[in-house]
Design a protein around this ligand. Structure first.
Ligand code: FAD
Length: 744
């Protein structure tokens, strides 16, 4: 992980103003039976996603007023820097009571210490203490970890942190009562298949008692849709003979339903049952994404009502808490909390007196995610900087017209009271053509969050999240992968699923069996294939048989109805389109040949491609074009070389190449602008590629250090390139496949 440095290191005395920032103090101050809720966010994968989430968080905080917000932590510390950056935005910039998640397995004690110290320096008083992924035994640990205790050789760690309770104890030992500590619980039982009872509340209970007795202050649950399971869970806890749970706040975890596919996948990953009657309600509208969301709001609102009734019986004197997994999206959760009265109704007097308008957001500080964001902070209160920003905005506006419809102002944040400092993803209301009007009252802000009017359209532009290949500018981009790089299976499961690969043919076999439906999971995907993949299955099998291991793909589609059972999506009476693309790993020697074919003049406007390797070397059709353009000031190959540096550093006198944006899925619907749920571009490709290469490393760790499989997988990781190729001629359904599988 990179090092995170809080922008100001405050001594503990200086944070006394945060005394009421302990969640349990805030809950205790509420009257009996009062509702409250928390909202969970994860650190976006890209710099643009970060900037957009910041505006979204600000809006949601003003409109919805959660009691606190949660910031997730990637298993093994994989998102440590980004999680702390997001926690800083929440706690320090937006003044929200923040609960930082922290996992303890497969992580060094030094990193845990640093996270706790940084949290303290930021004024954070709440930690959700978690285990994270199952601990890997010493032989599976990092080669750099010389003493084999899991701490990277820096003392501590290893066996010290095997369960969440170890972290609870450690926080209490090292920080006393400074932090309010929460722990996780599972209404349907934790799905840890290594124990004989399997998934059951009975198995978890003794350990949950221990966690609370070791010093946990509150409990947050895994998401669930089965209210009967939750009823049993809360009743069992409250009546437990130990008395441990009598007064502990228990927050049920609820996930708004964003799309049919996503909720099925999330429920599977979380081992949460979707009761048949609920599934039937979703099945009835599964072809219409907007209806799925509407039905989802109704389902979640019913669940809130039923849980209220449970809480009124089990803990009548306590305030009633709810936790929402937002997936960084705002519309569905805004509807749910309003419809269920979890937020007080908005009245005129509320707007008049209750909302203190904090005015425009403070200046965005630099959030550099992978060195590629090109984000450069600048004070817009400086006149020169402001003028420069306006000029840049004007230039940008002119340039944008060349791009796809989907990148026009509707995918940018509207800034208030200042010029757009980051014109690539910010715009002023004027530039976006939004009529002037008050946007700072609570009623307005809530309406915006729910998608009303022109500003609402801006707020909810990413409302059709579409798997990994959504829009990298969206705060929700990348959520599909859960809590960071992980195989999502235990070591035992990994070995039984994928055996002990030692040759490229073994890997090809795994990918092909997955494509044929004979293997449910590969390291990069736990999902089966959508029906549309069946239409190109033979071609994908042929690529994999060659040792080009495919991770993602789609066939071309030219204007099918949005209700088409195989390709349809979005509201009824629309038409959908797709460009074919495929993403795959291939050996470096094959990549050199393919790269030469892609560079041919006749391919120039037919395909776009992005390619990278584990070292961060990067090549794309954009860099190739920049290198070839004679009139360019980029000094040709120098620009490509700069881009190939992986960090994207641009030397003096060099001009950055203009990155292309490829809408690969789009839909046209009555009364709506064109919707482009799937966009492939450099920033999203780079963000994903880090994770994709990280998964090779995770897979290698499944086998004993120095074993044939571990060495083979590591060698593959170092050799292969990850390539994404998009074929622009969506009328020619076979074009991409003929190019890849055809002649030299
Ligand atoms: C609200 C919530 C938020 C989450 N946020 C994140 C996040 O930000 N990042 C992330 O990576 N993951 C997160 N997770 C997922 C979590 O890390 C996993 O579910 C993990 O597998 C278990 O974590 P735990 O803290 O419940 O572990 P534990 O409390 O350690 O329990 C894990 C399992 O081990 C059993 N067990 C516990 N102690 C013992 C013992 N001493 N001996 C034998 N068995 C024992 C339990 O019964 C349970 O089956 C979250 C989960 C929830 C519910």
């Amino acid at each position: 992980m990179g090092d995170y440095i809080p922008s100001l290191d405050l001594p503990p005395e200086a944070v006394s103003k945060h005394a009421m920032d302990k969640i349990t103090d805030k809950i205790a101050a509420l009257p009996p039976g009062q509702d409250y809720f928390s909202l969970e966010f994860f650190p976006p994968k890209t710099a643009m996603g970060f900037a957009n989430l910041r505006a979204r968080l600000d809006r949601m905080a003003r409109a919805l007023r959660p009691l606190f917000v949660n910031v997730t932590w990637g298993a093994g510390g994989s998102t440590a820097t980004k999680s702390l950056e997001l926690a800083e935005i929440c706690q320090r910039e937006l003044g929200l009571t923040t609960c930082l998640h922290l996992t303890c397995t497969n992580m060094s004690r030094r990193l845990i210490d640093k996270a706790l110290q940084d949290a303290k320096a930021l004024g954070i008083r709440n930690i959700l203490a978690l285990r994270g992924d199952p601990p890997r035994r010493a032989e599976y640990l990092d080669p750099d970890d010389h003493d084999g205790d899991g701490d990277g050789g820096d003392g501590g760690g290893g066996d010290e942190f095997a369960w969440a309770i170890d972290l609870v104890r450690y926080i209490r030992k090292t920080h006393g009562d400074y932090f309010c500590v929460g722990v996780a619980a599972y209404p349907e039982g934790h799905a840890d298949e290594s124990h004989p009872l399997g998934q059951s509340l009975e198995h978890d209970l003794p350990y949950l008692v221990d966690k609370v007795q070791a010093g946990a202050d509150f409990i947050m649950t895994q998401l669930f849709f089965d209210v009967d399971a939750y009823r049993r869970f809360e009743e069992t806890l409250r009546a437990h003979p130990s008395g441990a749970f009598r007064n502990v706040p228990i927050l049920p975890g609820l996930m708004p339903i964003q799309s049919y596919q996503m909720i099925k996948r999330t429920a599977k990953l979380s081992h949460a049952r979707i009761p048949d009657p609920l599934m039937a309600r979703l099945d009835a509208v599964r072809g219409d994404d907007e209806k799925v969301k509407e039905v989802g709001v109704a389902i979640l609102s019913d669940i809130v009502e039923q849980v209220r009734e449970i809480k009124d019986r089990t803990a009548p004197a306590a305030p009633r808490g709810f936790h929402f997994y937002t997936l960084n999206l705002e519309k569905a959760v805004s509807f749910i909390v309003e419809r269920t009265g979890l937020i007080a109704p908005v009245t005129l007097s509320d707007d008049d007196c209750a909302v203190e308008d904090p005015g425009p957001l403070p200046e965005i500080r630099v959030v550099r995610v992978d060195g590629d964001g090109g984000v450069d902070g600048g004070g817009d209160d400086d006149d020169n900087a402001s003028a420069a920003a306006q000029q840049a905005a004007a230039r940008q506006a002119a340039r944008r017209r060349k791009f796809s419809v989907g990148s026009e102002p509707h995918d940018r944040v509207i800034v208030q009271g200042r010029a757009a400092s980051f014109p690539e993803w910010e715009t002023t209301a004027f530039e976006a053509g939004v009529p002037a009007g008050p946007v700072t009252t609570r009623a307005n802000t809530l309406a915006i969050s729910e998608g009303e009017g022109a500003l609402g359209r801006e707020a909810t532009w990413d409302d059709f999240p579409n798997g990994r290949w959504g829009d990298a500018r969206s705060p929700a981009y990348g959520q599909i992968d859960g809590y960071g790089v992980s195989l999502h299976v235990t070591v035992q499961q990994a070995r039984s699923l994928w055996g002990r690969p030692a040759r490229p043919e073994d890997v090809s076999d795994i990918f092909i069996r997955h494509l044929r439906g004979e293997l449910s999971v590969i390291p990069w995907s736990e999902e089966g294939f959508s029906p549309e993949t069946a239409t190109i299955r033979d071609r994908l099998v042929a690529l994999n048989a060659r040792g080009w291991w495919t991770l993602a793909s789609q066939p071309a589609v030219n204007g099918l109805r949005s209700t088409d059972p195989t390709f349809g999506w979005g509201p009824q009476h629309g038409f959908v389109f797709q460009k074919a693309f495929v993403e795959f790993f291939l050996p470096s020697r094959d990549w050199r040949r393919l790269e030469a074919r892609l560079a041919r003049a006749e391919m120039k406007d037919v395909v776009s491609f992005y390619a990278t390797n584990a070292r961060g070397d990067f090549v794309s059709s954009d860099t190739a074009a920049a290198a070839a353009a004679p009139a360019s000031t980029t000094a040709g190959p120098a620009a490509a070389a700069a881009a190939a540096g992986g960090g994207g550093g641009i030397g003096e006198g060099e001009e950055r190449h203009e990155a292309s944006t490829n809408a690969v899925t789009w839909g046209v619907f009555p009364g709506k602008e064109i919707v482009t749920p799937t966009i492939i571009e450099e920033v999203s490709f780079r963000a994903w590629s880090e994770e994709a290469f990280g998964i090779w490393r995770e897979w290698a760790k499944v086998y004993e250090r120095g074993s044939e499989s571990a060495k083979f997988l590591e060698a593959v990781r170092q050799d292969v390139w990850l390539v994404n190729i998009i074929h622009h001629d969506f009328v020619d359904a076979g074009g991409l496949w003929e190019f890849l599988l055809g002649g030299q």
